[in-house]
Structures are given as C-alpha cells and as structure tokens.
Design a protein around this ligand. Structure first.
Ligand code: CP
Length: 647
C-alpha cells in the first residue's frame, strides 16, 4: 500500500474531528503499549526521518512509533553526512527519499521548509519542526496530555511563557488552542512576544486574540489579582485595536477564574543572533509560581529540552506533566501514522483549501523579507510566493509569504502594462485586486527599485537638470580624490557599487583613483534585490574579498538610506571588513535611517514631493555617450490615487 498524499505541515492541516480521531487512536495505542501487545498496523511501510537539526524526543518517538506499529525506519544519522553536504537541494532530497520510503518526517532549520518538501515529495511529509514556524506533532502531544489531565480543551486557560517569538511549538499550540476554544495568556520574556504574523492570522481567520502579561503580573493573577490589563507596550496588541480603541483607553479584562496550565518554553538560542540572546533576563519557573489560589489545579507543561527555565524541584510535583508529554510522543505519533493509513484506505479526504497565490508576471518579483525563509536558501529553483493578507495599516499593501507566512509590507505598487508605479494607499486596493487577477501587479520596496525597473511615477510634474555630464565627471573625480586623501593605505581599499548606477559610478571612481594614484582598487557590484544578495567582482571574475578590507560603498543618490543599509547587511554576511565608508553622487540630507555619507559629490536638500534621478551611459560605451550623463529633479504629484489610465 502507498500512503495517500496527506501532508502535515501545519497543525491547521488537521481538522478538529481529525485531531479528536487521532487522540482516540492514541488512547488505544497507549493501552496496547501498556499491555505489551504486538501490533502490525504499519507492516510493510517504511518511514524516513530526515533531521537537519538535532532532536531527541521527536525523532526517537517517531522511530519508536513506526517500529511499534510493525513498520520499518530508514534515516540519515547526520544530514551533513548525506548528499546535502554536496549541495543537494531540499526539493531533490525529498523527491529522492520518497522513492525509498512511504512517509517522510522532516525537521529543518528554515521557516517553510516542510511546505517545500511537501510540494516536491510524492509521499506524505510530516513537519517535525521548521525553523521558528511550526511543530504540529508536538502540539498533538501537548493537547493529548492537556485533555487527559483536564478532561477537555474548550474553556481552559493556558499561560504560555518564555520565548514565544521563536518557539515553534508555541505557534502550533496557539493555533490549536484557539480552534478548541481555550483561552491563552501570553507571558513572553522581554522582546520574545508572539510574532505579528501569528496574531494577524488568528485575528483574520479565527477572530481570536489574547492578553499579554509579564511573569510578575501572571503571578499576581495566580494569587488573586482582580483586573487584567492589556499590555500597552505590545505593538501587536495595538495593531489589533487600531482605529477602534484609543491607545490610552485599552480595556481591562476579567482575569481567568483559574489557570489550567503553564506552558514553559526554553530560549531558542540557535535562532537568535549572538547579541540578542539575553539568557540572564529569561523566565525561571519554580514551585512559587504554583502557590497562588488560581494556580492550584494548574499543570506545568514544557515541550523539552529544558535549559534552566524550569526548576528541577518541580519534577516531583504531581502537577508537572512534561515527562508525560514527552512519553506521549510514541502513542500519539503511532496514532498519526495509523490515521494516515486509515485515511488512505478510506480515500475520501479532500485537501484543505489555502487560497490563491499572486502571480507576479512583472519583474522584479518580490522576495520574502524573513531572512530565515526557505526561499532565501533554495532560491535556485524556488521563487517566493505570496497571498494577499489582511490590511492593518492603510498605507501598506500586506502580502503573506506562502512558505514562512511572514508579512511583506509593500509601500510601492506598479502596473506592469502601463509601467506606472504608485505609493500604495487603501484607495488602490480595488485596482490591485484587478491587477492581481490579470497578472500585472508589480511591487517595489522603494522608488529607486521602481525606477531602476523602468517604471515611471503615475503622476510626474516638471523636471529640471541638477547636474550635467561635466559636473557628474568632476564629482566622481572629487570623490576619488577624497578617498585618496582620507584612507591611510590605498592598497587595502575595495570599492562596492550598488547595482545599477552605483556600480557604474564605482567603476568610474576606481578608474579615477587609478589615474591619480597608480593603485587600482578591486571593485564589485552589489545587488540588494537579488535573493542571494550577490556581490560580483567587476575586475575579471576573481572572488571579491570583504574580510579585513577598507570598503567604500558607492551609490548614486541616498534618499531614505534603506538601500545602503541593505547593502551593508549583505556585505557583513560576506565577511568582516576593516572599515566601511560611503560615497554618494547626490546626498539628499535627511533620511529614515542614521547613515551619513563620507564622500559626497553634491548636496541637494530633501523634499517629500520631488525625486532626483541619475542617468548614466553604460560602462562599456565610449566617452561620447557620457556626454548624455545627467541628474534630473522632478516633482512627484501626490495625487497618485485613481489610476484611470492603468489598464
Ligand atoms: N520537543 C521537541 O521537539 O524535542 P526534540 O527537539 O528533542 O525533538
């Protein structure tokens, strides 16, 4: 028998009656295990476990479950010892292994990886944890134990404590508790709040929200506090109430009659960049938290492993159920496998509808803003994919990544046929829906990107020249002279130009430096819009070194400063430069991010209603073409609302 193609990527892939059925099966398997009864439910089936990240509970309980059911298990003990080490893609690995097994259990460090594997493998994929996104089978274990201890799920109050930002078990659990009608109190460690994309999804799909409190407030509630206030500092709580409740009049909520469970989580250190990890500030849960009268009947849960946040003194308390949670891994995962077999035999399960993805015919295609999204790592074959999300901010078109679910907030939209771009506001929503339907929506993260893609503003006023060819040439020479005068060792300088005009100017600066000093600095082009954030050497293909170099980033105009900031991030991903300085042909003086150029060709004060655009001859054309170089300023008419000529 081949198993039916039923993927469990999210806990949302299981309907509530299906979860109930899995629990019924799990009850039966727990009893059978108790009796030592041999089983052959999965006889003849092979399960493959592909764990790109460490695991004790999930991996071993899945493997034990398959053995207990009479099936077989194949595995790669260390994915770094598989062909992944040779560069094999996730899609190919999933496809190949599905030829050797009937079912794949996958754990992966990147958000959305399980969705990718599910799309490429013909056999079912079970997500055993993908980055910080979800861990649905842990939630099955959590709910199974919670239901056993409390006799129900509906109406329970569960306090989720610790790292609610990166804790994937928490995200799956929140979705499930919301559906079962349980109440949630979030108790994040500072800076580790439930991510907005989870809250947005709950609000949009389930009309569900919950309160956020500190651990001290939670203890007060447990001890008898009478009123619970929504935390005014939590921005996502604000987002849920924007336009409905004045910020200084947030509602007080009744505290729960009792707390039924504390769900503690460890700090997900592996997902946090070094300086953000603050283990010193982290929650520590001990017997004192159970003393309040509202916590007398509460069970203490933890997906484990624990790393100091859960005191060992609790282990002997009958309310501590975390070892039972881990032990439930075997009967619950046996039940999940048996349920897949049951569904295959019944052959009547329709796939869950997930809505339409937006087709971006127009270039450039947007890329997911989440640096841990799987599309950032498997970009050779995997294009980013988005759906329209619920609008919270009127000036932003919200898209949701179909793989990692993070929101992409788009400020500039374009119409591919008319090649016009617009600053988005909600009046454009209807047009955007129409452009999506006809496949002509383009999105941009800046005016610069729109213009470099050949789009014109929807309404443009008069324009005038602010630099001619001679002035541009002399500004480049002046910046080259400033670099020579400024840096102590010219032989350690490398130049990086931001694609496309910055890269052209970088080559001109290199030539000017070489003519003046005899030193020709290595030069590269950096493309901030390329998913891989590429840096390509412009001096004949040799590898461009960043480590230890004195880097000069070159761009044509700094407006907001976001492009330069992104260029710097890409640079640092390549190595640690000795220093980074910035050269710009035109500096507009005021910007959203605190970046100040070191070498400036010309200053032109910023205005919200005008734009400077630089036009340069391509690099390999002769001097005559450079006579047409110029920088123009034009006014942007703000009335960019009704695109009557867009279609
Ligand atoms: N709870 C959990 O996922 O544990 P492992 O990382 O050991 O699988």
């Amino acid at each position: 028998m081949r198993l039916g193609k039923i993927d469990i990527v999210s806990i949302e892939d299981l309907a509530l009656p299906e979860i109930e059925r899995i629990f019924t099966l799990a009850d039966g398997f727990a009893a059978a295990l108790e009796r030592g009864e041999p089983l052959a439910v999965a006889s003849g089936l092979i399960m493959a476990t592909l764990f790109y990240e460490p695991s004790t509970r999930t991996r071993l309980s899945f493997e034990s479950a398959m053995h207990r059911l009479g099936g077989a298990v194949i595995s790669s003990a260390d994915m770094n010892a598989s062909s992944v080490a040779k560069g094999e893609s996730l899609a190919d690995t999933a496809r190949i292994v599905s030829g050797y097994a009937d079912l794949i259990v996958l754990r992966h460090p990147h958000d959305g990886a399980a969705r990718v594997a599910a799309e490429y493998a013909p056999c079912p994929i079970i997500n055993a944890g993908d980055g910080s996104r979800e861990h649905p089978t842990q939630t099955l274990c959590d709910l199974f134990i919670l239901r056993r201890k409390k006799g129900k799920l509906k109406g329970l109050t569960v306090a989720l404590c610790g790292d609610l930002k990166f804790g994937r078990t928490v995200h799956s659990l929140i979705y499930a508790l919301a559906r079962f009608g349980a109440n949630i109190v979030a108790v994040p460690t500072a800076g580790m709040d439930v991510p907005d994309y989870v809250l947005e999804r709950l609000a949009a799909e389930r009309h569900y929200s919950f309160s956020t409190v500190t651990m001290d407030e939670l203890k007060s509630i447990a001890g008898g506090l009478d009123a619970l206030y929504l935390t005014p500092s939590a921005p996502h709580q604000m987002a849920l109430f924007t336009g409905e409740v004045p910020l200084d009049k947030l509602p007080a909520a009744e505290p729960p009659a009792s707390l039924d469970a504390f769900y503690i989580t460890r700090l997900q250190k592996e997902r946090i960049a070094g300086k953000d990890a603050r283990p010193g500030d982290y929650v520590r849960f001990d017997a004192r938290a159970l003393k309040g009268h509202r916590a007398q009947e509460a069970v203490v849960m933890h997906p484990l492993p624990r790393t100091g946040e859960l005191a060992y003194e609790l282990d002997s308390d009958p309310r501590a159920v975390y070892f039972e949670q881990a032990a439930a891994g075997v009967p619950v995962r046996m039940a999940l496998i048996a349920w897949l077999i049951e569904q295959t035999r019944a052959a009547r399960r329709a796939p869950i509808a997930t809505g339409e993805n937006i087709r971006f015919k127009a270039e450039p295609s947007p890329r997911c803003a989440n640096p841990n999204c799987i599309t950032r790592f498997e970009g050779t074959y995997l294009a980013a994919r988005f759906k329209l999300a619920r609008a919270v901010d009127r000036g932003v078109l919200p898209l949701r990544c179909d793989f990692c679910e993070r929101e992409l907030r788009v400020e500039f939209v374009g119409h591919a046929r008319s090649h016009r771009y617009y600053r988005y506001d909600e009046n454009l929503y209807g047009y955007v829906r129409q452009w999506i339907a006809e496949g002509s929506l383009a999105v941009f993260d800046s005016v610069k990107q729109a213009e470099e893609s050949g789009y014109e503003p929807y309404k443009r006023g008069p324009q005038r020249e602010v630099m001619n060819a001679d002035e541009i040439a002399s500004a480049v020479d002046s910046m080259a002279a400033q670099v020579i005068a400024d840096v102590p060792d010219l032989t350690n300088v490398s130049i990086v130009g931001v694609v496309s005009h910055g890269a052209m100017l970088a080559m001109r600066m290199r030539d000017s430096i070489a003519a003046r000093s005899g030193v020709r600095p290595p030069t590269a082009a950096l493309d901030v819009y390329n998913p891989a954030g590429t840096i390509v050497a412009l001096d004949g293909g040799e590898v461009f070194a960043v480590e230890g170099r004195a880097i000069v980033i070159v761009d044509d105009v700094i407006n907001s400063g976001w492009t330069v900031q992104r260029a710097m991030t890409t640079l640092w991903q390549r190595g640690r430069p000795a220093s980074v300085k910035l050269a710009v042909l035109i500096d507009r003086g005021h910007r959203a991010v605190p970046i100040r150029p070191n070498y400036v060709g010309k200053n032109i004060p910023t205005s919200r209603t005008d734009r400077v655009q630089v036009r340069l001859a391509p690099p390999d054309t002769d001097g005559k073409h450079r006579l047409h170089d110029r920088a123009m300023i034009y006014s942007m008419l703000e009335a960019m609302k009704a695109p009557e000529s867009a279609g």
